[in-house]
Design a protein around this ligand. Structure first.
Ligand code: NAG
Ligand code: NAG
Ligand code: NAG
Ligand code: NAG
Ligand code: NAG
Length: 360
């Protein structure tokens, strides 16, 4: 997906659109149940009940239950202050909303036409015309709608205009300024309403957004929104590498190739390769070679089906293998040396590198 560069063909878009019909949970915030709204908000958040001017909802805290109420007659709920005030002193975001009948942009369009959804503040939204009615949908994550090509494209192919990004978000209308909402797909992201505009935010590395507490915490302690996934743990093998070949620290027969850092960022997808059966990786010669010619202090029973193997640093010693791991060790009699090849003790010392003492 990341490698694709061209504009997604409309047919592909249509298929993707069906999966995303109705837009994301955040766009539909005002149509959710109050329980579903609170599930996206931090504990104890209070807000104006959508489509009303004088009803409020107070989300549960740890262990307490959700509460909702209505202002006394003549008062409107002031979401900023979290209390009811004289109706004349509160601007209700839901008065006059229905006054302007929405225009059906698909009234004169053929089926399958894609149009820009100008109410989408992140440019992901678009409109699909079907039977002269509008179907609101979102481009898949990471893509935005380009009104000229009428398709979902990558961010480097179209810039969401500032004028569109400053559209107020329906999700924010009911919420106090600076309220945060959970991202429904990515736990390391969240949204924040600032002056009624929905902003997507990202936690610092190794942190994720805790839906209950409403801020980023260490990944080990996070409570993610039910459908939000944590990022894949980053491969840090190449963290201090400027690029090159490395022995695997878990297996004598495997090795890594780290790419050069790009823009100061280490290679997070090093190649992990294996030598042929019976061969070990030799860091000095950067080669795969006969395992008896490689010094490797890891378990030499791993990755083969021999019953006895030589061990590092002592050519008289041997290890007994069981189930592919060392099950015990033994020692040949005086003046006898262990030979993996013949699986026994012999009077000849082959001085295999595998068992020869390290030269200080
Ligand atoms: C929530 O309440 C439980 C039980 O009272 C407590 O163990 C837990 O630490 C609380 N969680 C937070 C994040 O405060
Ligand atoms: C559709 O066509 C009708 C008749 O020509 C016109 O009155 C109306 O404004 C058009 N609607 C749109 C959305 O263009
Ligand atoms: C909302 O919060 C931002 C900063 O977080 C502040 O600059 C802005 O003035 C606030 N808006 C209102 C309407 O209080
Ligand atoms: C990378 O280098 C730092 C500082 O020299 C060291 O503390 C850290 O353990 C190294 N990390 C790895 C994965 O080698
Ligand atoms: C050991 O493994 C090799 C390669 O898989 C196989 O050809 C051979 O028959 C095996 N020997 C025993 C004793 O299982």
């Amino acid at each position: 997906m990341k490698q694709a560069r061209g504009i997604l063909p409309l047919l592909a878009l249509l298929c993707l659109a069906v999966g995303a019909l109705g837009g994301s949970t955040i766009d539909d915030f005002e149509y959710l149940s109050v329980q579903e709204m609170c599930a996206l908000l931090p504990w104890e958040t209070s807000f104006l009940r959508p489509s009303t001017c004088d009803n409020w909802v107070s989300c549960p805290a740890n262990g307490t239950s959700l509460e909702h109420g209505a202002c006394a007659t003549g008062l409107y709920y002031n979401k900023q202050q979290g209390r009811c005030n004289l109706a004349s002193s509160v601007q209700c975001p839901y008065t006059g909303v229905e006054a302007t009948a929405p225009i059906n942009l698909c009234a004169n369009e053929t089926d399958g036409t894609f149009l820009q959804d100008t109410s989408s503040s992140n440019c992901r939204g678009y409109i699909l015309c079907q039977g002269r009615t509008q179907i609101h949908a979102d481009c898949p994550s990471e893509l935005i709608f380009n009104p000229r090509s009428r398709s979902c494209v990558y961010h480097n192919q179209y810039t969401c205009p500032e004028s569109q990004m400053t559209h107020t978000s329906p999700a924010c209308r009911a919420l106090p300024n600076n309220t945060r909402l959970a991202h429904t797909e990515h736990c390391e992201r969240y949204y924040e309403c600032v002056n009624e505009i929905l902003h997507t935010r990202e936690c610092a590395p190794q942190k994720a957004y805790d839906v209950n507490r409403g801020y980023c915490v260490d990944i080990e302690q996070v409570a993610c929104y039910a459908t939000a996934a944590l990022p894949e743990p980053e491969n840090t093998f190449c963290l201090n590498s400027t690029g090159g070949y490395y022995a695997d620290d878990q297996s004598c027969s495997h090795y890594y190739i780290c790419g050069k850092p790009v823009k100061g960022k280490h290679d997070t997808q090093p190649q992990h390769l294996s030598c042929a059966l019976g061969q070990y990786f030799d860091i000095e010669k950067l080669s795969c070679r006969d395992r008896l010619n490689v010094r490797c202090v890891l378990d030499r029973c791993v990755g083969n089906n021999m019953s006895y193997v030589n061990v590092a640093d002592d050519c008289q010693k041997y290890a007994r293998c069981s189930g592919g791991v060392t099950a015990g060790t033994g020692r040949c009699p005086d003046k006898y040396y262990f030979d993996e090849r013949s699986q026994g003790c012999t009077p000849t010392n082959h001085h295999y590198i595998a068992c020869s003492p390290r030269i200080a």
